[in-house]
Design a protein around this ligand. Structure first.
Ligand SMILES: Cc1ncc(COP(=O)(O)O)c(C=O)c1O
Length: 406
């Protein structure tokens, strides 16, 4: 039992919706809303530059927010953490900020979110790198054996392995520690898309052996427009900022610049200080939760959802059968006669159940399998109740049965 629903304005009412779109964006507790509000009402100033009392107060919030984020992901050096707009921004910074040569191989998997696919595809066009895709196992899990063989075959050409830590398609966790060990044995870097892992499980970037780690703070109860990039200092120090300008330089002349040390180099222009203040509040809130309990709770919810819908006609759960291997995500592949957007609207209108419909920004996975139907995804967080899960099962089953009978 791990609810704390009273901390979330949307969940306090008796008629609260069943918010099951948490893999997209999470709800915000009062503390986060207040922190954002407090920035705008009491100290709408510029952090990191203005030295008057309001500016200094914002600078202090930036430092504290960054420290909490570093702690949350196990970064030993706070200056290795840069605030970004979102995980997409962070992944683009890595792809566009490093130096590449024609023929360098970048390996991703066959189920990456577009944000961990498109930036690498862009590099194919701009720099002539060779983007390769590692197929998943039959169960849609990471194929470590095939990965090891691919690394051996590619040898020194392999420069980067970019992998989602937890898949937004099916909730499956990739064995990042093993992936990093093998990739490093072959001299490649490892960029981890942690958008779906950082909100739900304890992270230790050092122990994982990652070189870069991107996260979505808006999926961690933080404000929208907030994400972060962690990278090893020696890599950040050689990386070119994608967005340049104010705050990114130590000094400039009419002919050139001397870059500021990380993280300032990657935080161009006036920052999203309200977002950074909200991030501080979100991370304080998160640090008060036991993430192992969160994981256990989400698995319990997922079991209710998965067991409740798996036998319906026209419905296939994506990923392993065992819900405990899919975290809080229950993604459902729908036969062609079950229209995902219509179902999602119906679930909302009939019972206030909010789920995601479509292809969840993993179009490539669907295209590759040539499936004609789309998918519907119900995803839990620690505030999801068993009643939410049952409401989803009941109304979804009723809707699917009605479509099947039509
Ligand atoms: C696995 C994964 N990677 C990347 C992203 C993109 O995150 P953001 O919206 O923070 O850019 C998402 C968002 O859903 C995601 O689920």
């Amino acid at each position: 039992m791990l609810h704390r629903r009273e901390d979330f304005p949307l969940l306090r009412d008796d008629g609260a919706p069943a918010c099951l779109d948490n893999a997209c964006v999470t709800l915000k507790p009062d503390a986060v809303i207040q922190a954002v509000n407090e920035y705008y009402t009491m100290r709408p100033a510029c952090g990191g530059r203005s030295v008057h009392r309001l500016g200094t107060s914002v600078s202090q919030t930036m430092a504290s927010s960054r420290r909490l984020l570093a702690q949350h992901i196990g970064a030993r050096n706070v200056n290795e953490v840069a605030f970004m707009k979102n995980a997409t921004h962070a992944l683009n910074q890595v792809a566009q900020g490093l130096s590449w040569n024609k023929g360098d191989v970048i390996l991703t998997t066959d189920k990456e979110h577009n944000s961990n696919l498109v930036p690498w595809l862009d590099l194919e066009r701009s720099h002539g790198v060779d983007h390769r895709v590692l197929p998943s196992t039959e169960e849609n899990t990471f194929d470590l054996e095939a990965f090891e063989a691919t690394c051996a075959e590619l040898g020194e050409r392999l420069k980067m392995v970019a992998v989602g830590h937890v898949s937004n398609l099916d909730g499956v966790t990739a064995p990042v520690k093993d992936i990093a060990r093998i990739a490093h044995d072959h001299g490649a870097l490892v960029c981890v898309d942690g958008a779906q892992s950082a909100p739900h499980m304890p992270i230790d970037v050092e122990d994982l052996g990652a070189d870069f780690f991107a996260c979505s703070i808006h999926k961690m109860m933080g404000p929208s427009g907030m994400g972060a990039l962690w990278g090893r200092m020696e890599l950040l120090e050689t990386m070119h900022p994608v967005l340049t300008g104010g705050h990114t330089v130590a000094t400039s002349t009419y002919d050139g610049v001397q870059w500021a040390a990380p993280p300032a180099r990657f935080e161009a222009g006036l920052g999203h200080y309200a977002g950074i203040a909200g991030t501080e509040a979100a991370l304080t809130y998160l640090s008060d939760l036991n993430l192992d309990d969160v994981h256990e709770h989400e698995t319990k919810i997922n079991r209710i959802m998965s067991n409740g819908i798996r036998d319906l006609e026209g419905v296939t759960i994506i990923g392993p059968e065992d819900a405990s291997r899919r975290g809080g995500i229950c993604s459902i592949l729908l036969d062609e006669h079950l229209p995902s957007h219509d179902l999602a609207i119906l679930l909302d209108e009939a019972a206030g159940v909010m789920v995601r419909s479509g292809r969840h920004c993993v179009h490539s996975w669907f295209e590759d399998r040539d499936v004609s139907g789309d998918s519907l995804r119900a995803s839990a967080y620690f505030y999801t109740s068993e009643e939410d899960a049952r409401r989803f099962v009941d109304v979804f089953s009723e809707a699917v049965n009605a479509f099947n009978a039509a």
